[in-house]
Design a protein around this ligand. Structure first.
Ligand SMILES: Cc1ncc(COP(=O)(O)O)c(C=O)c1O
Length: 363
């Protein structure tokens, strides 16, 4: 079976991991600081907060955006439920905007149509790693005084207008969960554009307590001003992250190389359409999505050839938990009807990718 996802774990983690595990300190400490510094350097943005997941990053971003009961948040159904469940946790209402059926990414025009006085924030998701219309969405948000959150769980290393994702909006959320480009087993990061949000986020990721501040005694903290969460990363996860980040450029290069090969080969096949590519942005291809009118039959044929394919995420608006938020979303319907994700990652060899193309051709 050529799998759709695979965990990357270099042998080189073993020695530093053992050292950290036996060091007598495994909570949030020097390894977290070191990993945070490396991430900042790699992304090119100083305000990085490492966390225990991307789901936590989204929840923290919504909190920093001051989303609360009765507010509205505009979001996409084309994502993992992790993007949208945190909105419910604040008692806020989800307003679905439609997607471009050629990318799976939010349509800025539909976002603007859905804005009203209750709207507080917009969450975009870079489907498969392909960056959204970030500038257009931010321009709309600024016009209406809204905060913009990028769920960049798929898009570690993707670029938009010459800069890595992580440098464009108020808040950017990354995932270092098991099958992402860079894994810390579980983990995530939140990047804040603004220094005030970064400072507050640093407190809220650990109960609202200032870890760098003075203490009443060895254990007891000074006054805690507002409640926070237990969202921090630990030194064990960060130790893995420090080894992973040394190799992540190579990982992303291989995902992209396989995607270029598919783009070239698949556009020659009748009945297969590749998703939109624009020159000002580059995906890191966490997944590779193709479009076809014969989705179910193609998926069946690929599985028979031992090639794992999937839709990866079910449209969120059809889940019972989101039943109160209905919308007419023709772009989502069109995209979900036609999209198929095929294996593209670092584990897909030259031979594997030829086999994938052959299977599609023969179909
Ligand atoms: C788009 C998207 N957002 C959020 C998440 C949640 O990430 P985590 O597992 O790090 O919380 C995922 C997980 O795959 C995802 O695909």
């Amino acid at each position: 079976m050529i799998p759709l996802f695979k965990v990357f774990m270099p042998e080189s983690v073993m020695e530093p991991l053992q050292q950290t595990l036996m060091s007598g300190y495994i909570g949030q400490g020097v390894k977290v600081d070191a990993f945070e510094a490396k991430l900042s350097e790699w992304i090119g943005c100083p305000r990085v907060l490492t966390l225990n997941s991307c789901t936590s990053a989204i929840q923290l971003a919504l909190r920093l955006a001051n989303v609360s009961f009765g507010d509205e948040v505009i979001s996409t159904p084309m994502t993992c439920t992790a993007t949208n469940e945190p909105i419910l946790a604040f008692g806020a209402k989800i307003v679905w905007a439609d997607v471009n059926p050629k990318t799976g990414n939010l349509d800025p025009l539909d976002i603007e149509r859905k804005i009203n006085k209750k709207t507080k924030a917009i969450i975009m998701v870079h489907w498969g790693g392909y960056p959204c219309e970030i500038d257009a969405i931010n321009t709309i948000a600024q016009r209406h005084g809204l905060k913009v959150i990028e769920d960049a769980a798929h898009a570690f290393g993707s670029t938009y207008k010459g800069k890595k994702i992580g440098n464009h909006s108020d808040f950017i959320c990354f995932s270092f969960q098991a099958i992402k480009h860079l894994t810390t087993v579980d983990g995530g990061a939140l990047i804040c554009k603004n220094a005030e949000d970064h400072k507050r986020g640093k407190l809220l990721r650990w109960y609202g307590i200032n870890r760098e501040g003075s203490r009443k005694d060895f254990r007891c903290e000074e006054d805690v001003v507002e409640y926070g969460y237990k969202f921090h990363m630990n030194d064990v996860a960060a130790t893995i992250g420090l080894e992973q980040i040394k190799q992540v450029d190579g990982i992303i290069r291989r995902h992209r190389g396989n995607a270029v090969f598919y783009d070239e080969e698949l556009k020659k096949i009748k009945g297969i359409e590749i998703t939109l590519r624009e020159e000002n942005r580059l995906s890191s291809y966490w997944i590779y999505t193709l479009l076809t009118d014969k989705k179910q039959a193609l998926m069946g044929a690929m599985n028979e050839q031992n090639i794992q394919v999937s839709s990866v995420h079910a449209r969120n608006d059809q889940h019972t938990m989101f039943k109160d938020f209905k919308a007419d979303l023709p772009g989502v319907t069109e995209f979900t009807r036609r999209m198929v994700c095929i294996p593209v990652g670092w584990w897909v060899t030259d031979e594997d990718r030829k086999k994938v193309v052959e299977a599609i051709k023969n179909f």
